[in-house]
Design a binder for this molecule. Structure first.
Ligand code: NDP
Length: 434
């Protein structure tokens, strides 16, 4: 704790996992003896670097770049890059730590890592974003590779940024090493379904959880925070399965539309025009826009899907959701609920789909992209989607089985942590004292 005192998000992520592991540690003294927990919380490698770039006015600007290679026990480090002004080492470490467990849950051979920068892509021209990405890759390329570390997107890093990053990687390496990044465009080695994967996977997982309790998504009212990649495709799949999404947000505020939010309009605003969510009202004046993102959780709903950023739902928000009759929470974002919010939901018998399990569909499909790159072959949309669905169903089953084995009942938060921990720690034990 002392060593990482300046990194509250990282401590929060570690505490949440360690709390669930108490019965495992009690039953398996060999993990304690091998000092597994301390080894697991110290990244194998952290790289911090200067990212100088020239803006459209000719001014030289400087940002900070990060890549944390947290654990390679199961495979090459794998995890996204986040470009957001709030990024510092504590955010990257919390994300990297969670990534180890999430990747283990997918059942695919990938280790855990994460990276990014405090660069803010908002309001920057395409040319500025390109110059920034090129400068970022000028350092990053030394540390990554298809068998070493394979970054992807996250907040602020989508198809445009991955394209610029890949182009520059190819330029400095002088080779078409396709498996070095995932989330690539379809024209140069991307996988079908990768764009939709995290949102679709989240809904497959929530659907599985509901089915287990004899319920379904049909006619459920859903509130989603965020309106980025995860939020948009969660909306798409939930609507396809018969639910109605009544609210979405961005970091400025939220929109509420009682008859259901028109996803095509949100896609146009966010994916094409890069506008604020408020502009939704230009076409739908009967909808409501509320400044500030927090109040979104006071809208009555059956299912809440936080798909924006960490610590989005705190204890007070959880209390509001429960008093309005929420039955399930699907964590699309990473660590979107504070630890006391999650505890409260579980106490009140609200079903919680924990991020590590529920949003693992994105990285799982990234791993499928790596497989296709290795084979120099591409599967159809239906093939990848079927594999994604299978993976999400398996994760649900494994989390449930682990929770039952350690007497947690239907607590997927604990179950996901335990199932993932056992896999990673067994690989570490087998590999000696690293
Ligand atoms: P995007 O950049 O596409 O979208 C992020 C959305 O969240 C935007 O609507 C953004 O609003 C909003 N947002 C971002 N930061 C904040 C903040 N501090 N407060 C309030 N709102 C915020 O990112 P993604 O959709 O890819 O990622 C969303 C979450 O899902 C993140 O937690 C990410 O780590 C997680 N995730 C993503 C995966 C993926 O495959 N993309 C995989 C697994 C997890 P604005 O535009 O105003 O900033």
């Amino acid at each position: 704790k002392q060593r990482n005192a300046q990194e509250p998000e990282f401590l929060q992520a570690v505490e949440e996992v360690f709390e669930s592991l108490k019965p495992v540690m009690a039953k398996h003294p060999e993990y304690e003896a091998a000092n597994i927990l301390e080894r697991m919380t110290e990244p194998e490698r952290q790289i911090i670097f200067r990212v100088p770039w020239v803006d459209d006015q000719g001014m030289l600007r400087v940002n900070r770049g990060f890549r944390v290679q947290f654990s390679g026990a199961l495979g090459p480090y794998k995890g996204g890059l986040r470009f957001h002004p709030s990024v510092y080492i504590g955010i990257i470490k919390f994300l990297g730590f969670e990534q180890i467990f999430k990747n283990a849950l997918t059942g695919l051979p990938i280790g855990g890592g994460k990276g990014g920068s405090d660069f803010d892509p908002k309001g920057k021209s395409d040319a500025e974003v390109m110059r920034f990405c090129q400068s970022f890759m000028t350092e990053l390329y030394r540390h990554i590779g298809p068998d070493v570390d394979v970054p992807a997107g996250d907040i602020g890093v989508g198809g445009r940024e991955i394209g610029y990053l890949y182009g520059h990687f190819r330029r400095v390496r002088g080779r078409f090493e396709n498996g070095v990044l995932t989330g690539k465009g379809l024209a140069y080695g991307g996988s079908l379904v990768r764009t939709q994967a995290t949102g679709y996977g989240l809904i497959y997982f929530v659907d599985e959880m509901l089915k287990y309790h004899g319920k379904s998504l049909k006619d459920k009212r859903i509130v989603i925070s965020g309106s980025g990649n995860v939020a948009i495709y969660a909306h798409e799949k939930a609507t396809e399965l018969g639910a109605k999404v009544v609210a979405m947000s961005d970091s400025n505020g939220y929109i509420y539309h009682e008859t259901g939010i028109d996803l095509a309009k949100v896609k146009q605003l966010k994916e094409v025009e890069r506008k604020r969510i408020k502009a939704y009202l230009d076409d739908y004046p009967e909808a409501t826009y509320v400044e500030g993102q927090k109040a979104i959780w006071s809208i009555p709903c059956d299912i809440a899907l936080p798909c924006a950023a960490q610590n989005d739902i705190d204890y007070d928000d959880a209390a509001k959701l429960v008093s309005n009759g929420v039955i399930a929470i699907g964590e699309g974002a990473n660590m979107p609920c504070t630890n006391d919010a999650v505890k409260y939901f579980l106490e009140k018998d609200v079903l919680v789909a924990p991020a590590k399990a529920a949003n693992a569909g994105g990285v799982a499909t990234s791993a499928l992209e790596m497989s296709q790159n290795s084979m120099r072959y591409a599967w159809t949309f239906e093939e990848v989607d079927a594999k994604l669905k299978d993976i999400m169903v398996n994760i649900h089953q494994n989390a449930y089985t682990a929770a039952m084995k350690y007497d947690y009942g239907y607590n997927l938060v604990a179950g996901a942590n335990i199932a993932a921990f056992l896999k990673v720690s067994d690989a570490m034990m087998a590999q000696g004292d690293y």
